[in-house]
Structures are given as C-alpha cells and as structure tokens.
Design a protein around this ligand. Structure first.
Ligand SMILES: *[C@@H]1O[C@H](CO)[C@@H](O)[C@H](O)[C@H]1NC(C)=O
Ligand SMILES: *[C@@H]1O[C@H](CO)[C@@H](O)[C@H](O)[C@H]1NC(C)=O
Ligand SMILES: *[C@@H]1O[C@H](CO)[C@@H](O)[C@H](O)[C@H]1NC(C)=O
Length: 466
C-alpha cells in the first residue's frame, strides 16, 4: 500500500480513499464513454432519417401537399336546456366540448361530423372530373351508388390481380341495445368486400363471409359480434386467410375467428374461433411481415394490454410463442406497418364507440419491446387531435412508390346508427421533426415521428390516380 501510495500522483483525484476512488473513476469514465457512444449513434441515426426525408421530399414533392396543416375552427353552439341522454350521461360536469357535440344525436353541428347524402363521395358522378378526392367523414358510395359498408376494415393488396380489396363489417342494419347496459350493436350480417385499382373507386364484391341465421350456437349467429376482419394471402397454401374478432353480445367470449378462401372475393369458409394463447382477445389485427411470417396482435387482460405472437405457416392458427406489450396502457384498435426495418403501430384508447386520443408506438423487433411515442395527429384543432379526428384506427395502407407514406384508415363510429358510421382516411407520413416522446432514451427520442395530417379534402399524389 505504502509503495503504491508513493507513486500516486496527488493531483489525480481530489479524494483520499485510494484504489476505490480510481475504480469508481474508471467506472464513471466508462459510463461517460457509453453515454457518448449512445449519443453518437442516436445523432447519426437521426441524421440518417433526416437525410432520408430530404431525399424522399425531393423525389416526391406532392408529399409536401399532404403534409400541409389544415386548421378547423368549429363554433360550439350555445348550450341548450335539453341534451340527448347519451351525451348528458357521458360528461355530466364539464362544459360542452366538441366530443359532447359529436356524441349528441341532436347537435346543431351534427352535419360537421356526419354530412348528409348530398355531399357523398360519388365515383359515378365525380370520376369524370378526375376528382379522386377523399373527404373524411362524408358518405362514400360504391360504383353502384350505395354507401360502402366495410367498417373496422382492412386492406389487402392482391399482387396476382394488382387489385386492392377492402374488407370490413357490413353493418347495414338497425342499431339497438341487446341489454339495458349493453353497447349499441348491429346484428352480424357478414364481412363486406370491395375492390379497386385506384383506392378511390370501389366495386361491391358482396358479402364474402355471411352470418348464420338459424344455428344459435354458431359463432357467426347474427346475435353475436364479428368485428375488425383482416385478410392476408398465404404464399405456401395459395389461400386467402381472414382473421376477425368473435364475441357474444356481452363481449364475454373474447375470441378470434379464422376463415379461408381460394379467392380474395370469397366465399370464405369459417373454420372456428379460439382464445389465442388461452387469453381474452378483443380488438385485433394481423400483420404479414416481409419474410412471410404473419402475426396476430390483440387486446387482452380486459383490454389493459396487447398480446402479439406469430401465426403458423398456413396462417390458420397461432404458434405458442406470445409477448405481452404496452402492458397497463389500455390500448385497442391496433394498426401495424413497417418502414425501413422499424415496426410502427397506431392504437386508440378504450372508450367504447366514443372517440379518444390515438398513440403511435414503435419497435425494432415486432415481438417488442414496443415504445410509445405520442399522439400522431396534426392539424384540425386541439379537440380534433385529442379525438383522432373523431375516429378510431383500423388499418394503415402503404402507398407503393412513396416510401414512408401511408393511408391511415379509421372509423368515425356513429353510435346512434352504426351502419351510418363514416370512414376517415388521411395521409400518414413517417419522418419529420422528432416527436415529444412519452418515454425518453437518454433524453433523446429514438424514432422518427409518425404524423397523421388532417385534411377536409385531399387526394393521393397523381401518379397513383390511374
Ligand atoms: C364534377 O363536375 C360537376 C359538373 O361540372 C360538378 O357539379 C361537381 O361539383 C364536380 N365534382 C367535383 C368533386 O369537383
Ligand atoms: C351449429 O353450430 C355448431 C358450431 O359451429 C355446430 O357444431 C353444429 O353442428 C351446428 N348445428 C347445426 C344443426 O348445423
Ligand atoms: C348478457 O348480459 C345480460 C345482462 O347482464 C344477460 O341477461 C344475458 O343473458 C347475457 N347474454 C349472454 C349471451 O351472455
């Protein structure tokens, strides 16, 4: 000890515990070095991302148009004596908000959220003008002039026919309450399917999975619940596979069902339902990765968390492997997409048919860990952003030829008349200035921002409008 002390420089460290001090110094320098490394890798990653954005922007100037911020200035009408019981019950003490107006069937500004048939998007009438405009919230007619019935839907791009297929809940029936405290519902009619080459003109391909009329023990008996159907194509079997949320009217079954067809336009054969991994499964989606592996993502444990796990090779079942993600965050309505090797997900909160705040999440590996980034909504006004433009996520469609650009598909539910719920499609773009993150990583957000831009009227960059 003495010998070593003799050689120690007195100015090295302002302390006198000798060796312990130098060990901690080494440890701290190491920590500092690692922090610097982390910082450097983050900075370079961010630079890479912003270089990518610059590249993308210069290649696709039309994307800039999609990123324009449109504001909304909606005047809330003065409070009236009598509100519909639905609105009154929901928020008894607070002052009137736009969400109250939205939920009030008799609101004076109902037409803002649910414009009438006169303003419907009509490809028969407007296509000649080369319109191709999306008007989020307006009635959208198919090529026969009927409102599109594909709620809680998903999109399949069929490479073999170069056609988009939009599947969703066909809800063109009366809305009622099965039980006094039950949620508003429409009997199962089936899964609607529409086809399009341009993502705007939709041809009705009919009901591709139909309800069961008589057999009360069947999952698809009309008194049950069928929600959020999603279809993917299996290259190994050459079959189109549909997954959907199956439940009873009280949402106690909490299961997931599978159906299969040789054609994208069905008819689909129903194979049955299960509680995946022995768990509750309510809002769900499926996601097919680049390597052909598909995953099921579902809300579980009373919707307090999501579960994710791979499907078997034929996509007809889940494998035993499962991870719990976004635990305790109470998210539903998951919609997944992938960009430059990173997985992204948009989810909603759990407030029944009422709109709430969307969140974006990201992960390096699809099985997690997933990080929550924040609210992706831009434009409109604060209430629009806090209510996901009065809609709930259901799917994200990649736009071919425009990397990092997507269509965000959402449902504007109409609890008084569910079959008259509307579609809110908006541009979703990955990149741009980093978001205020919910979870920090050494003080720096790890992911590029996911942004969904509000537009009263917009269309895809013209290259797509065939
Ligand atoms: C299409 O043209 C008709 C007739 O000129 C017009 O009334 C209608 O508003 C146009 N639609 C759009 C979306 O521009
Ligand atoms: C009713 O559906 C159940 C469940 O799918 C099935 O097991 C049963 O055979 C069906 N009954 C009839 C009469 O078709
Ligand atoms: C749903 O709940 C209601 C009221 O609690 C009950 O009367 C009914 O039998 C339940 N139905 C099912 C299918 O569980």
């Amino acid at each position: 000890m003495r010998v070593r002390n003799k050689y120690r420089k007195p100015t090295a460290f302002p302390c006198n515990v000798g060796s312990r001090c130098s060990i901690s110094a080494v440890v701290w320098s190491l920590v500092g070095f690692l922090l610097l490394l982390q910082f450097y890798s983050l900075v370079s990653r961010r630079n890479e991302v912003s270089r990518d954005i610059t590249l993308r922007m210069s290649r696709h100037p039309l994307v800039r148009e999609l990123e324009q911020v449109e504001e909304e200035n909606i005047q809330i009408p003065p409070p009236r004596g009598k509100r519909s019981p639905r609105a009154a019950k929901r928020r008894p003490k607070r002052t009137t908000t736009l969400v109250d107006e939205f939920l009030d069937e008799n609101s004076q500004i109902r037409h803002v959220f649910f414009p009438d048939m006169k303003t419907a998007i009509n490809p028969l009438k407007d296509a000649g003008n080369g319109s191709y405009y999306y008007y989020p919230g307006r009635i959208w007619l198919d090529t026969e002039g009927n409102p599109i019935q594909a709620h809680g839907g998903g999109m399949l791009y069929d490479e073999r026919s170069s056609t988009y297929y939009w599947y969703g809940e066909y809800k063109d029936g009366p809305t009622y309450h099965a039980y006094k405290k039950g949620a508003a519902r429409v009997d199962i009619i089936g899964v609607g399917c529409y086809s399009s080459k341009d993502l705007w003109t939709w041809k009705n391909e009919g009901i591709v999975l139909t309800a069961e009329e008589t057999n009360e023990t069947h999952d698809l008996h009309k008194s049950n619940v069928l929600e959020r159907p999603k279809v993917i194509y299996n290259e190994n079997t050459g079959k189109y596979v549909m997954w959907m949320h199956i439940d009873d009217a009280n949402y106690t079954k909490a299961a997931v069902g599978v159906a299969v067809s040789d054609y994208p336009t069905g008819p689909f054969d129903y194979l049955g339902s299960q509680n995946p991994h022995g768990c509750e499964s309510r809002d769900m989606t499926i996601f097919k990765d680049d390597d052909g592996v598909a995953y099921l993502v579902y809300s579980s444990e009373d919707n307090s968390e999501l579960h994710i796990g791979p499907l078997t090779k034929d996509y007809l079942d889940v494998k035993p492997e499962m991870r719990r993600i976004l635990v305790g965050q109470h998210r539903e309505a998951p919609a997944l997409f992938k960009y430059r090797g990173t997985y992204y997900m948009i989810t909603s909160g759990c407030t029944g048919w009422a709109p709430n705040e969307a969140l974006a999440h990201a992960a390096d590996s699809i099985m997690g860990p997933w990080e929550t980034m924040g609210n992706p909504c831009i434009g409109g006004n604060k209430m629009f952003r806090l209510a996901t433009f009065f809609a709930q996520s259901t799917f994200v469609v990649p736009l071919p030829g425009i990397p990092g650009s997507y269509i965000f598909m959402a449902d504007r539910w109409n609890p008084a008349d569910l079959g008259n719920s509307r579609y809110v499609w908006l541009p979703l773009i990955v990149g741009g200035p980093a978001d205020r993150p919910f979870e920090f990583n050494f003080g720096f957000p790890l992911w590029p921002r996911v942004s969904i831009y509000w537009h009263r009227k917009w269309r895809l960059p013209s290259a797509l409008s065939v």
